[in-house]
Design a protein around this ligand. Structure first.
Ligand SMILES: [Zn+2]
Length: 671
């Protein structure tokens, strides 16, 4: 046998043994036999480097080459699901679904694993790329680390569609989590808070050999491809299993919503004996044709919903309340608690939100309080056990002055929070703004850490984020902690941030109420800083999902003279103040304004992005300036208005033709 033939035979045999052992839990050979064959393959590959294959079973042990996590675009956006918390809400979901069809609708119930979502791309059955969810549009490429996860097939079995995308959840089982934390504590490293954090941390390790040792696991739950050869989601999961994926054995096909509710009731209790964390049940319409008919809202599919199990509660003592000052000056009261175990983590602090909340709960120092953990990172206090209240306890008195700068706090009528108004001289506000600006999701100035940013402020080097762009190397070298090399790093990563998109810049500015998603929405609606600075409150409010509060906040920010100066300086420094042309694929829709309405085969955002990539604009209100109305099924008032105004009405196929594509919606499902 030629060496290459032997190599190929060993690879397929070992991958089959691996699948039997890790996915099916039915070993075909002894460990010794497996190791023997693996060593033979390693030797042959070492002798014949020309036959290298990144998907060889020998690559599952990882490599000592350092990883780099570049980001890449998802083929199909990774959307999140709408949440429900009760049987009533599920019934309502079912009614919405069923009223579109005759009779009952079949659902697939899947346990919702508490881990890290992953998208696995296979070309001709070979694993090509693994992306994290990221912002849903782009994710981090973690392929090298994912190859070490034994329950993820590197090569698929049988006749598989190509390309094929498999969505799944990477989890860390309890046993691996405990072992890992014991080792970390023994090494003097901080323990991970819970298996999900540990899984996320592991997936981003730079050394894939370390990842291989951590024993991550994966459940596959959603298959996507261009031409779906199956009629239902359940069939696709069975096929996925045959391809070699690990699909949860607890996934169940339910004939109606009553069976779904039974399934949930069972697992609400039974999940506690599972060897991994789950936080709910995902309910999906089984039939693909029905899924397509239901379509999407702006953010989520209409054919699926996530039922979240009730958060767990614990009781502990409130030791003290401290007050944090955020970058916007908002004061957050924080409860310092006697450490208590809650949903697998140790809780020492909890949010008290604001003065109203404290008053409402009448929570006092020394009280026994109930702490609950929802989806939030910081748990919250939900109640007080008054029966255990110590004698002579006194109501908590909320602070009247900023704990950091001493300024008298203000609170306007429509605000729940108190604010420190001393924007220019309150240290945590200034430093907080800088730290937010440089953070990963904002300008991603990773050469500069939080501590260095704080040092810059203390040494008077940086008072506003614009100052970052005029720092000189000489000035950096005068700081005792910074050497030549790190000075260069810092300057380089500051310079690199100038290429960050306008959406990011807008988010980085830290405008009150403008989070990542809102920044994106606003940037895409106005396309440039100029347009945004000239926008009225009404125009801002006309943007999807921008309410009065956000609109006013943006308007005030843009018209504050200090910010006008800041924005001028940032523009001079070379930051992107327009939606960049690099996302532009072509210009065929330039000068054309679209409005989108009705139920489409994909979320509106997807069509919006596509139109913008081709140079067009998308507005949320229809007027005589609108060129086209892209109308899906059940289009309502906008369609009527378009006809009245004589605006051209087009469907998906016509849009596809306009941008020179066969179709925008060829069976592409999004999840
Ligand atoms: Zn202050």
């Amino acid at each position: 046998m030629k060496p290459n033939d032997r190599i190929l035979l060993l690879r397929s045999t070992l991958e089959r043994y691996n699948h039997a052992y890790y996915v099916l839990a039915q070993p075909l050979v002894s460990d010794a036999e497996f190791d023997h064959l693996l060593h033979e393959l390693q030797d042959l590959e070492a002798q014949h480097p020309e036959f290298f294959d990144a998907n060889s079973p020998t690559q599952r042990v990882g490599s000592d080459l350092s990883n780099e996590f570049v980001s890449a675009a998802h083929r199909y956006p990774m959307l999140s699901l709408g949440n429900v918390y009760s049987a009533e809400e599920l019934q309502a979901f079912d009614e919405r679904v069923c009223k579109q069809f005759d009779g009952t609708v079949e659902y697939v119930c899947e346990l919702k694993f508490d881990g890290v979502s992953i998208s696995l791309i296979y070309e001709r059955g070979q694993l090509q790329q693994a992306l994290t969810r990221g912002d849903g549009i782009r994710g981090d490429d973690v392929t090298v680390n994912v190859r070490t996860i034994r329950t993820i097939p590197l090569a698929l079995q049988g006749n598989v569609p190509s390309p094929l995308e498999m969505r799944g959840e990477i989890i860390l089982p309890h046993s691996s989590f405990q072992k890992m934390n014991e080792e970390r504590i023994a090494n003097g490293e901080p323990a991970f808070a819970n298996p999900r954090n540990a899984a996320a941390g592991t997936l981003k390790l730079l050394d894939s050999q370390q990842v291989a040792k951590r024993r991550l696991d994966n459940f596959a739950y959603h298959l996507l491809c261009e031409e779906m050869p199956f009629a239902t989601h359940y069939e696709s999961l069975q096929a996925a299993q045959a391809f070699g994926f690990k699909v949860s054995e607890h996934t169940r096909l339910c004939a109606n919503i009553a069976e779904v509710i039974d399934f949930i009731k069972h697992w609400d209790a039974a999940r506690k004996s599972l060897p991994y964390d789950t936080d709910g049940v995902v309910v999906k319409v089984n039939n693909y044709a029905q899924q397509r008919a239901l379509g999407y809202t702006a953010k989520t599919p209409r054919w699926a919903v996530a039922y979240k199990f009730a958060a767990e509660q614990a009781s502990t003592t409130l030791l003290a309340v401290s007050y944090q000052v955020g970058r916007t000056g908002a004061i957050t009261p924080v409860a310092n608690l006697e450490p208590v175990q809650l949903a697998g983590t140790t809780v020492k602090r909890a949010s008290l939100h604001n003065a109203d909340q404290i008053q409402l709960l009448d929570v006092r120092v020394g009280d026994k309080v109930f702490v609950e953990k929802g989806g939030e990172i910081i748990p919250k206090i939900v109640g007080v056990d008054i029966s255990l209240r110590p004698a002579h306890s006194e109501p908590l008195r909320y602070i009247t002055h900023c704990p950091e700068c001493g300024a008298a706090l203000v609170r306007s009528n429509d605000e729940a929070k108190h604010y420190c108004p001393n924007e220019e001289n309150c240290p945590p506000q200034i430093v907080g703004k800088i730290i937010h600006f440089i953070s990963r999701k904002a300008m991603n100035i990773d050469g500069l850490g939080e501590e260095t940013a704080e040092l810059f402020y203390q040494k008077g080097l940086v008072k506003t984020v614009a100052d970052l762009y005029s720092i000189s190397k000489e000035a950096l070298l005068q700081l005792e902690r910074i050497a030549e090399k790190s000075a260069e790093n810092i300057l380089q990563s500051i310079a690199k941030s100038k290429t960050m998109t306008f959406e990011r810049v807008l988010f980085a500015l830290g405008i009150r109420y403008v989070g990542e998603t809102t920044a994106k929405t606003i940037a895409r609606a106005f396309l440039s800083l100029d347009a945004l600075q000239n926008a009225s409150i009404e125009e801002l409010q006309a943007v999807d999902e921008v309410g009065e509060q956000i609109a006013k906040s943006v308007y005030d920010f843009m018209h504050n003279p200090k910010n006008v100066l800041l924005l001028f300086q940032l523009r001079e420094a070379g930051l992107q103040m327009e939606c960049s042309a690099n996302v532009l694929i072509n210009n065929v829709l330039q000068g054309k304004t679209f409005v989108i309405t009705g139920t489409l085969s994909q979320p509106r955002e997807a069509f919006k992005a596509r139109i913008e990539q081709c140079g067009g604009k998308v507005s949320s209100t229809i007027s005589s300036a609108t060129n086209y109305l892209l109308a899906g099924e059940k289009a309502g008032s906008k369609l009527a208005k378009a006809k009245q105004l004589g605006v051209a009405v087009i469907d998906e196929a016509q849009l596809a033709a306009m941008i020179g594509e066969q179709s925008i919606t060829t069976d592409k499902q999004l999840f």
